[in-house]
Design a binder for this molecule. Sequence first.
Ligand code: PLP
Length: 438
Amino acid sequence: MSTPSPKSPPTTDADAIEADDTAFVMRPWSHPPGEPVIVARARGCVVTDIHGRDYLDFTAGYFVNNAGHCHPRIVEAATQQLQQVLQVSGKHGTVAAIRLAKRLIELAPKSLDKAFFSTGGSESNEFALKMARQHTGKTDVAYLDNGYHGLSLGSLEVTASEPYRKTAGQPIGAHTFQIPNAYCYRCPHGPADGCKVECLDGAEALLASRPTAAIIAETIQAVGGLAPPVKWWDRLDGIRKKLGILLIADEIQTGLGRTGKMFGLEHYGLEPEIMTGGKGLSGGVGSLAVTCASDAVVAGFFGGTTPTSGGNAVSAAAGLAMIETLLEEKLIENAAKMGRYFTEAVWALDDPWVGDVRFTGLLGGVELVLDRTSKEILPKKIVGRIKDLLHAEGMLITVSGTHGNYLRLQPPLSISAAQIDELVVALRKALEAARQGV
Ligand SMILES: Cc1ncc(COP(=O)(O)O)c(C=O)c1O
């Protein structure tokens, strides 16, 4: 993927656009060399930058374009909707938003009855927190170690990362607290096959010691691709039901087929009272997220007013088209199959820096270590170098994980085995080249 494609001529004023980006666009971090990639067009699993350079997109537009970039069916649905109606007052409705709500509730677990639309994942979690507190009359919410639920003030209160929490610029978290997650690769209690879910031993007492309204969690943590064993979720779900605590399942990243099932919670048979969704829910158009809830939770909910663009008709039409595309083109099955293929292909490299390969469907990636036995974390600087080398090979990826040593490899669910092979070849080269530099 490293040479410019003849079908993708460079944007004539590419350098000027990059200069304007530097001059006028505010970014929340200082970006490394080679970033940002300014994308001029995108199709399927390939994005093309303003210089005409193609990349295989292992970020799926930040885990949004699950059916592939600019899928014709999604583009057609959005175009049709553009000619009908774009947006109406939140007091009224559109056919597109009603159809999407109905489809979501049909696909969601039977514990969920109604869908409330907002404009982004963080906002949908804010509404989930409000619903849980209003319904239970309790103040506190538990979240998992390593949990990520957004960057707005309320969602930040249930996001674990200290650097992110500091961005609030004020003390936060008076009514939120952490409970353990399941990071089985680094389990302090011993090998996973002898697991007795000891990590949750103190959780019941902790949850009971506070006025806990809800636990908010991803069923599989996207940061690091951490999929707990079924018995872990069985235990936590049992505890929270016994204590009358609601479960808010954040399916913003694990939803819409990413994990090889429509929702991540299906791997565990969970029936939350509240579930949030976003990212690909808009088909890639943006500005659409959802908070689904049970009739009991909905009954007492007072939202005050609604987000202005919640349930935007174009986004809803595109989102519905994406869901139907995932189902009809069997892309969720493909995600499950390609996740297994990816896992085997990366293990087959037998590279000494590959510590763990964790995929559930196409939610996942590779944890890098200096030493497989001690599991010493590969320093961030080297991980960054590997990412840069992959970019130079035309592979767009991101780095994440609690320790910043995890290559997150999450392409559109339409990815083929041949495209995964390209990534794996590039990864082998990048790992070897980075080792030369150590
Ligand atoms: C699990 C999870 N929750 C919440 C969010 C926040 O969504 P948004 O960025 O749309 O506000 C994200 C975004 O990455 C996410 O991955």
